[in-house]
Design a protein around this ligand. Structure first.
Ligand code: SAM
Length: 435
């Protein structure tokens, strides 16, 4: 969260204890072009002017009119329009497709479930360039409805045509909430995961598609998703952004440090850490069964945590990452415990920094795409919620509290993060917004 430079809240320096930062949603001072952020889900899209917003809005209005009267879809807000507009840019698709861990795991999952896809009808929720739809067609799908509300759907149609698949892959340019498909489908596929799993709030659209079209017992890929958190130590990051100001070309610029902390650590940060940064085993924040989850469950997710630090170190905050699992009706999902998930994900987190054997399947042999610090890197990296100042923790020190992730009321694509921390007699709350 960037609150426009209000430093009067006292959430700084030595005042870490029992302080609270208001959830202000003022304009962000952060570089909007955090290049790694795959979707800047808001009206600040540097590529999108108002003219574009209105143009897309008009198109969406056309699709809206197709909706039957008995169930009215949620309104398409200006924020949604800007969100879809951000996906019209080639760069975002290039980044996702070049993320081999992501794209190859999806292709492998589709091929692994070929027997359930061959001769069947598929919906690709948010088809982008059409890549997953084409994988499904290659796996023998009878028909694939490739749905995307972004103008990228125009290119998807061309890509499908160039590959001679226009008779199989039907590109629908509109929201899944609005477009009409006049048959039930056997399979839903979607790449919907945002940073920290829930940022972007796209899962709601997958649920809508599931409830509108998926046959009972149909296949949904990915089938499960799990968000994890763990305390971390990251002294390099701290010294790079904060300690740097102590001595700049021989000048004492430590007066800059409070501002540097505010700017560096106010919002969650998307970056790559390694297993060496992780102080102990992760805990599950939320486990999702994509076949049964309800949209309302996603409005707000709260989890209590309790960690025992496995080492003495300065703690700089918490890292969040997720994995998704591709299990069909025949294979059962991994158990929803952090230990099982660590072992069954694509890597083992070793708080000591040891690199453990990479595994791409869990004990039930379901394919897993993991974004953990020790998995092959992905464009999601990890999301870090930093404290403004490090806290020294001892080995075996208990760190406990809770985290609540909720859709911002300002813009449901944004995510409010409410973190409560308590350890060794210190406690505080940190509020931030991922925007
Ligand atoms: C993360 S991208 C995935 C693109 C593609 N499936 C791939 O794997 O490369 C998500 C896409 O979903 C689209 N999308 C998100 N919500 C949607 C909705 N409610 N209706 C239609 N498209 C949606 C976005 O425009 C974006 O192109």
């Amino acid at each position: 969260m960037q609150s426009g430079g209000d430093f009067s809240n006292g959430f700084h320096g030595d005042h870490h204890r029992e302080l609270e930062l208001e959830d202000k949603q003022g304009p962000s001072l952060s570089s909007f072009g955090r290049a790694k952020k795959r979707s800047h889900a808001g009206a600040r899209d540097p590529r999108g002017g108002l003219a574009n917003v209105l143009r897309v809005s008009d198109q969406l209005g056309e699709h809206k009119s197709l909706e039957t009267s008995e169930s009215s879809p949620p309104p398409c807000t200006d924020f949604d329009v800007a969100y879809f507009h951000s996906y019209a840019h080639v760069g975002i698709h290039e980044e996702m497709i070049k993320d081999r861990a992501r794209t190859e795991t999806y292709r492998e999952a589709i091929m692994q479930h070929q027997s359930l896809i061959e001769g069947k009808v598929v919906v690709d929720v948010g088809c982008g360039t059409g890549i997953l739809s084409i994988f499904c067609a290659q796996a023998g799908a009878k028909r694939v409805y490739a749905v995307d509300a972004s103008d990228i759907a125009v290119q998807a149609k061309e890509v499908v045509k160039a590959n001679g698949l226009s008779d199989k892959v039907i590109v629908l340019h509109g929201r899944v909430e609005d477009v009409e498909i006049d048959e039930e489908v056997d399979v839903i596929i979607s790449e919907w995961m945002g940073y920290m799993l829930l940022y972007e709030s796209m899962l709601g659209s997958v649920i809508t598609a599931r409830d509108r079209w998926l046959k009972p017992g149909g296949l949904i890929l990915p089938s499960h998703a799990t968000l994890y958190m763990a305390p971390i130590s990251h002294p390099d990051r701290y010294s790079h952004s904060i300690d740097f100001w102590r001595n700049v070309y021989g000048i004492d610029m430590s007066a800059m440090m409070q501002l540097a902390k505010q700017c560096a650590f106010e919002e969650p940060s998307v970056e790559s850490i390694s297993g060496e940064n992780v102080l102990t085993w992760p805990e599950v924040v939320k486990h999702i069964d994509c076949k049964t989850i309800k949209i309302q469950e996603l409005d707000s997710v709260t989890a209590r945590y309790k960690f025992n630090s496995m080492m003495r170190a300065p703690m700089h905050g918490f890292a969040f990452w997720f994995d998704v699992e591709f299990s069909g009706p025949a294979s059962s999902p991994a158990k929803n415990t952090s230990e099982t998930s660590i072992a069954s994900g694509s890597s083992s987190i070793s708080p000591s920094g040891e690199v453990n054997q990479k595994k791409r399947t869990n004990p039930s042999d379901a394919l897993v795409l993991s974004t953990s610090p020790e998995s092959p890197p992905t464009h999601w990296q990890q999301t870090i919620v930093y404290f403004y100042d490090p806290i020294d923790v001892e080995q075996d020190q208990v760190i406990e509290g809770s985290v609540t992730l909720s859709q911002s009321k300002e813009n449901k694509r944004f995510m409010n993060i409410h973190l409560e921390y308590s350890s060794a007699g210190r406690s505080f709350v940190k509020e931030s917004v991922m925007r």
